[in-house]
Design a binder for this molecule. Structure first.
Ligand code: HEC
Length: 260
C-alpha cells in the first residue's frame, strides 16, 4: 500500500514538472496561436455553415490541441453535415482546374528559402488521374533553387473577379504538397514530360521537323535545357460558393493520397 502511494506521489510530481515545462514553452509562443485570432462564438450569424446537431460552438471555435494553424478550414472537417462526398469534391476540383480542357492553368506557387516565402506565377498541368501537378521551367530561376532546398510548397488557383461579384461567385483552389525538381536525366522526367508536353502550343512549322512533331522528339528537345517540377499534393482545399446550393460548406477538403 505504501509502495503504491509512493508511486502515485512520484507520478504527480512528474506531471507537475511537465506542466511547468509546458507553461514555459507557452510563454515563448502561445500554444494554439493568439486567442484573439479565434472567433468568439456568442451569436451565430445567419450565413453560418451547417454542422452536426450534437456539436458545440467551442468544438470549432477554440484550440483543439491538434490543428491551430489551419483552424478555419479544419473546423469544417469536424462535421459530417455539410461535407460533400469525395467524388463530388474531386469532380469540382478537376472542373475548376481543367483550363481549356487540357488541365493547364495559371497558379501562384509559393516556395520558401530560409523562412522567406516567394510566390511565383506559373503554369501547371494537373494529371486528372492522380491529381499530380507538373510545370516546366527554364534553368536557374529563383523558385527552382528554393524547391531544391525545401520541398514544401503551396499552390493557389484563383478565378479573377468579374463584375465586382467576388463574394457571390468566389472560386479558388489551395494546394499544399511536396515538390520534386526533375532534370532530364531523372527517369521520372520522361513520365512527367509525356503528361506536360501535349498541352504545350506546338512549335512553328520548320523544315527540319515533321508536322506535328512527335512527343518523343519534343522530349529530346527539352531534356538538356529544361527542368520539370512535379508537385504531389497532400491536401487540396476548394472554395466554391456553388457548393452551398447543395447544402454543403463552400469550402471542401480533399486528401488525394488517402485511400478511397
Ligand atoms: C463545425 C464547426 C463549427 C461549429 C460547431 C461552429 N462554427 Fe462558427 N464558424 C465555423 C467556421 C469554419 C467559420 C468560418 C470562419 C471563416 O472562414 O469566416 C465560422 C464562423 C463563425 C463566426 C464568424 C462569421 C463571420 O462572418 O465573421 C461566428 C460569429 C461563429 N462562427 C459563431 C458560431 C457559434 C455561436 C456557434 C455555436 C452556436 C458556432 N459558430 C459553431 C465553424 C463552426
Amino acid at each position: 500500500m505504501k509502495k503504491m502511494l509512493l508511486v502515485l506521489v512520484a507520478l504527480a510530481v512528474t506531471a507537475l514538472l511537465q506542466a511547468g515545462v509546458c507553461a514555459a514553452e507557452q510563454t515563448a509562443w502561445e500554444k494554439g496561436g493568439p486567442k484573439w485570432l479565434y472567433v468568439t462564438p456568442t451569436k451565430k450569424p445567419p450565413h453560418h455553415g451547417v454542422y452536426d446537431e450534437k456539436m458545440k460552438c467551442l468544438d470549432c471555435h477554440s484550440y483543439d490541441g491538434v490543428d491551430a494553424y489551419t483552424s478555419a478550414t479544419m473546423a469544417m472537417k469536424k462535421s459530417k453535415k455539410g461535407t460533400a462526398p469525395r467524388k463530388e469534391i474531386e469532380e469540382a476540383v478537376l472542373n475548376t482546374l481543367k483550363g481549356k480542357g487540357d488541365y493547364r492553368e495559371i497558379y501562384a506557387l509559393a516556395t520558401s528559402y530560409e523562412n522567406k516565402p516567394l510566390a511565383t506565377v506559373i503554369e501547371f498541368v494537373i494529371d486528372p488521374k492522380t491529381f499530380t501537378f507538373y510545370a516546366m521551367s527554364e534553368k536557374q530561376t529563383e523558385k527552382l533553387f528554393q524547391m531544391a532546398s525545401n520541398q514544401n510548397v503551396s499552390l493557389a488557383y484563383m478565378k479573377q473577379r468579374e463584375n465586382y461579384d467576388y463574394f457571390g461567385s468566389a472560386l479558388g483552389v489551395q494546394i499544399v504538397g511536396k515538390a520534386t525538381v526533375l532534370q532530364g536525366t531523372d527517369p521520372e522526367f520522361e513520365t512527367a514530360a509525356r503528361i506536360y508536353i501535349p498541352t504545350l502550343p506546338m512549335p512553328a512549322p520548320n523544315p527540319t521537323m515533321p508536322q506535328p512533331p512527335s512527343v518523343d522528339m519534343l522530349i529530346e528537345m527539352i531534356r538538356a535545357g529544361k527542368i520539370i517540377t512535379k508537385v504531389v499534393p497532400e491536401r487540396i482545399v476548394i472554395m466554391n460558393r456553388g457548393f452551398k446550393e447543395k447544402g454543403y460548406h463552400a469550402v471542401q477538403i480533399l486528401y488525394p493520397g488517402e485511400k478511397k
